[in-house]
Design a protein around this ligand. Structure first.
Ligand code: GLY
Length: 341
């Protein structure tokens, strides 16, 4: 097991990479606790949960609402949960986002931690302190920055993931390598096949390397005023594709990264060979790199992006492999630069 830390203004977070679900009671450390999980996780791993009350929610993005939050508050009141309690979200990104938001607002905020059960949650969604829910058709529109006290990443839980959920995690892993770590990118080019098979040494290294990158960025810019924006590489176009074409998150950001790499090449930040390496690696991970779409629809979905400031979007462009820059670009300019990609 390896430890990493985030020292946020909203608290310190201990990230336990390679820790096991059945050691969760160590992190709870004798406090009263409530577990929040989803129906799938309960069926698969409920037998391994420590003995605390469990609040179960449904699965899928449509559950990430204020109604779900409200129903959890009701259960917490019934359970007479007070400020001495710790809330533990056991699940993927949706469970982590909801339980972090509930814990941050119930009684003005109580302690919380996560057991991240998906690859996406381990390398991205559980780490960083953003918690929230969707609202009025917008992703993560209502939420808070607040660091979980602990995050347990147990690789043994990944074997029950669907292939689509695995790919979603690999898209974020590739993203981390492109924006921050050229050695990790080369490692992925050599070990993609073992990674896809969830070889334990390879996957633990990739989760660790990803969390090192994310924790480092969050430590320097917790509330996304500057550097943290680089974590949105592939996401501006990716979210628009997700919304308009209904692609799963990982597939949409894979296409978003390839388009952003193409734009970076047109801006002289990336060579043709580097752009091709990014595309080839994503293809190795069985992720799509192109789609036929109506550019107008994508641009109009981007117009609704909450990260937009005035006419400009902070657009992330790789600068070689292992580094990225953020450029304010107007939607019209993005449309021109992406034309034909
Ligand atoms: N909780 C996810 C993030 O902070 O990015």
């Amino acid at each position: 097991m390896k430890l990493l830390y985030i020292h946020g203004k909203t608290g310190k977070s201990t990230l336990l990479i390679g820790e096991r679900l059945h050691h969760l009671h160590h992190a709870i450390a004798g406090r009263p606790a409530v577990i929040i999980t989803d129906t799938n996780l309960l069926a698969l791993y409920g037998k391994d949960f420590p003995n605390y009350p469990v609040i179960t929610i449904g699965c899928g993005e449509t559950i990430k609402t204020l109604d779900t939050v409200s129903s959890i508050y009701h259960r917490l009141v019934e359970l007479e949960a007070d400020r001495s309690f710790v809330i533990v979200g056991i699940g993927g990104g949706i469970v982590c986002d909801i339980s972090g938001f509930v814990a941050s607002t119930y009684m003005r905020g109580i302690s919380f931690g996560f057991v991240a059960t998906t690859l996406l949650a381990q390398v991205d969604a559980s780490v960083g302190g953003k918690n929230g829910v969707n609202f009025s058709g917008f992703k993560n529109m209502v939420g808070v920055f607040n660091q979980p006290e602990f995050v347990i990443c147990d690789m043994n839980l990944l074997h029950t993931l669907s292939i689509q959920d695995r790919l979603c995690g690999f898209a974020e892993i590739v993203k981390h390598a492109v924006i921050a770590d050229a050695d990790m990118f080369s490692y992925l080019e050599k070990h993609w096949s073992q990674a896809l098979e969830l070889d334990s040494d390879v996957i633990e290294k990739l989760v660790y390397d990803s969390v090192v990158i994310k924790a480092g960025v969050v430590n320097r810019d917790e509330t996304e005023k500057g550097e943290r924006r680089i974590l949105n590489f592939g996401h501006t176009i990716g979210h628009a594709i997700e919304k308009t074409a209904g692609f799963p998150h990982g597939e949409a950001i894979s296409i978003g990264m390839v388009v952003a790499a193409g734009i970076a090449q047109r801006c002289g930040l990336l060579t043709e060979i580097e752009a091709k390496r990014i595309e080839n690696l994503l293809t190795r991970f069985q992720l799509p790199t192109r789609m036929s779409c109506q550019p107008d629809e994508i641009l109009s979905a981007m117009r609704k992006d909450k990260k937009r400031e005035g006419e400009d979007i902070f657009f992330v462009l790789p600068e070689g492999i292992g580094k990225a820059v953020v450029r304010p670009l107007s939607l019209a300019r993005i449309g021109q630069l992406a034309d034909g990609l």
